[in-house]
Write a protein that binds this ligand. Structure first.
Ligand code: HEM
Length: 360
């Protein structure tokens, strides 16, 4: 009988103590929960602010550098792409090489202050353009085809489509019509009101360049060394002049001997500077992966071609493209879109030229 209160009192104390401590724990954890919630909501507000700031910054950035849009002329010039395709089809029927020449024009346009049709401007008494810069003089070609396209486009949709966009579409179609891949060209570029002969001289790579120089020049345009390797695959079509490969065939050692002999037959030690040789030994009017097979066989025409396969970092990619034509095609298409996005003039910058050869 007496034992009960004796036992009950400590039990009661114990129970109360545990209740009190549980209350304490509850209170403590509630407080820390409140702190956590407070911290969490503070962080959430901060994250929200941060995300909003990023969003506003990206809006501002895109207002300064408005995005190119795939269907830019969908309403304003619905016949544009058909006009370009038809004119390019006719031009290539007349001369297959013209597809290559227009692809090169586009590359030379984009590498000099962006894809803004600056290369198409003629020199005048008061204006020095890019056509007579060293990499273009007597070798850039295809201007008449762009003029023909522009005339038809102006007839269909007056003062609407830029020469820069026409050149981007014509280059794409040239590749496709010679058997290469196709891609959607983002549009909305506007035309430059100026050109820069000095920039054309310094920013377009030379065929005598080493891999490190080419890599730097491409990286200056936001393109990687792999972009360099895949875009150089454009040399699967077209022709090159003796003056650009003479030192390679006479002085270099990483060259197939019978190939060098063959090329020497139409490229003497002196004279014959403008004599032509195909950039691709077998299929210079077909857009395929034979260029890479040539490199592996030490039959690259220019020094700047062979450096891509010369015991360097690009050897593996060259091997891949030489055996996997489908990968070359799809990587080329992606890289062309990247090339086509170099510093375009958009929005209210530049103009829509009436005549691709002249500023309005
Ligand atoms: C990597 C640096 C490059 C160098 C050093 C280079 C240099 C050259 C040279 C010297 C020619 C011969 C021009 C002539 O003799 O008239 C040529 C032709 C050509 N290039 Fe390149 N090129 C490079 C990259 C590219 C790129 C990225 C493209 C296009 C995406 C391209 C497309 C072409 C085409 C298609 C031709 C043949 C043009 C024709 O037959 O009219 N090249 N290149």
């Amino acid at each position: 009988m007496h034992a009960r209160p004796i036992l009950t009192i400590p039990l009661y104390i114990l129970l109360n103590l545990s209740y009190a401590s549980s209350q304490l724990i509850l209170t403590l954890s509630w407080n820390s929960l409140k702190q956590d919630i407070y911290r969490f909501s503070y962080m959430a507000t901060f994250i929200k602010l941060f995300v909003n700031t990023l969003f506003i910054m990206s809006l501002l950035a895109s207002a300064n550098n408005a995005q190119l849009i795939n269907n830019f002329y969908g309403k304003t010039c619905p016949s544009l792409q058909t006009i370009v395709r038809n004119t390019m089809t006719n031009a290539i029927k007349t001369e297959a090489r013209i597809g290559a020449s227009i692809l090169r024009l586009f590359f030379h346009d984009c590498f000099v202050n962006g894809c803004d049709a600056s290369i198409l401007l003629d020199d005048t008494v008061t204006f020095v353009g890019e056509k007579n810069a060293a990499p273009n003089k007597n070798s850039a070609r295809g201007f008449e085809v762009i003029d023909t396209i522009k005339t038809s486009v102006e007839a269909a949709c007056n003062a609407t489509v830029s020469c820069a966009d026409i050149l981007a579409l014509a280059a794409r179609d040239g590749v496709f019509l010679l058997g290469g891949p196709t891609w959607v060209v983002p549009l909305g570029r506007r035309d430059a009101r100026t050109a820069s002969q000095s920039a054309a001289n310094s920013q377009i790579p030379s065929p005598f360049s080493d891999l490190s120089t080419l890599t730097t020049m491409f990286s200056n345009k936001g393109l990687t060394i792999n972009d360099l390797t895949v875009l150089s695959g454009a040399h699967t079509i077209g022709q090159g002049e003796c003056q650009f490969f003479r030192t390679r065939i006479y002085n270099e050692t990483n060259i197939d001997t019978s190939f060098a002999t063959l090329r020497k037959s139409n490229c003497p030690v002196s004279g014959g500077d403008t004599n032509l040789a195909p950039l691709d030994t077998l299929t210079p009017t077909t857009f395929d992966n034979n260029y890479y097979k040539d490199l592996i066989a030490s039959k690259g025409l220019f020094h700047s071609d062979q450096v891509l396969f010369n015991n360097g970092t690009q050897d593996n990619l060259v091997r891949t493209y030489s055996t996997n034509g489908a990968k070359f095609s799809s990587d080329f298409a992606v890289a062309m879109v990247k090339l086509s996005k170099i510093s375009p003039l958009t929005g209210t910058n530049g103009e829509i030229r009436k005549n691709c050869r002249l500023v309005n």
